[in-house]
Design a protein around this ligand. Structure first.
Ligand code: C5P
Length: 236
């Protein structure tokens, strides 16, 4: 029974302002792909993605990774710290897939990288989230050099923690996306969501993530895959 004023509605989430410190993130029962060009109702998905986000944020918290999670209503809403968001998507890749293959077709699909790749995209719907360089980020004044290093190191630690955790359950973490923001004290804090919508996870070559929907599966099949992921990872 948290209350807040709706301040943002995206394709899969709504954000409400509770006060200066807190926001509610509500995960919708919707799935979209291709910049919203494909969209379907996905009953049950909101709760599953919220549960995944809560689980992974708590897991990372145990390893000392500061993140925005405060509380969960047990359903589709989480209470999070209000941050000044950095408008970039940080992508970590363990295997060649997705937009990496589009821009680098010389590498065979699903080749394991010698070391995880970290890349940055500007969050911009009009520009379709273009790939940007670290120099671009510094020149635009989004963060300073030390902060950028902290973001890269945190993203790589998140990757080690999540990859190992998944591997111990027979899953392969192909790649994922993170977002960060600044809290009131100027600390860099991991934010947004970590779910099947923002990762690629394989079990015996089969996706348990949104790639299923991108490849044409129904919203119902996607919800079943998220249920399977939660079962395999003991996510409530
Ligand atoms: O499409 P691409 O290969 O760049 O995606 C890399 C990873 O980042 C995938 O796990 C994808 O789900 C995630 N991603 C995301 N939000 C975006 C773009 C990519 O969560 N806007």
């Amino acid at each position: 029974n948290w209350v807040g004023e709706l301040i943002y509605e995206g394709k899969a989430k709504r954000v409400y302002k509770v006060n200066d410190e807190l926001l509610i993130m509500e995960f919708k029962d919707e799935v979209t792909a291709f910049d919203g060009a494909r969209k379907e109702h996905a009953p049950g998905k909101g709760r599953l993605a919220a549960a995944q986000t809560v689980f992974f944020m708590q897991l990372l918290g145990k390893y000392g990774i500061r993140n925005h999670l405060v509380d969960w209503d047990g359903d589709r809403k989480i209470l999070v710290k209000s941050l000044r968001m950095i408008p970039i998507e940080v992508i970590v890749r363990n295997y060649a897939y997705g937009s990496f293959l589009k821009r680098m077709p010389l590498v065979k699909p699903l080749t394991k990288f010698r070391k995880p790749l970290v890349e940055f995209h500007l969050k911009s719907d009009e520009l379709h989230d273009p790939l940007i360089t670290t120099d671009d980020i510094i020149e635009a004044g989004l963060v300073n050099y030390g902060q950028l290093n902290e973001i890269i190191n945190t993203a790589l630690r998140v990757n080690s923690i999540l990859s190992e955790f998944m591997a111990s359950r027979g899953l392969t973490l192909v790649d994922f996306k993170l977002e960060f923001g600044f809290d009131k004290s100027g600390n860099i804090v991991l934010a947004d969501e970590i779910s099947g919508d923002t990762m690629r996870i394989l079990i015996n070559g089969r996706h348990l993530d949104k790639e299923l929907f991108r490849k044409g599966a129904s919203a119902l099949d996607l919800v079943r895959a998220y249920e399977e992921m939660n079962r395999l990872l003991n996510i409530p």
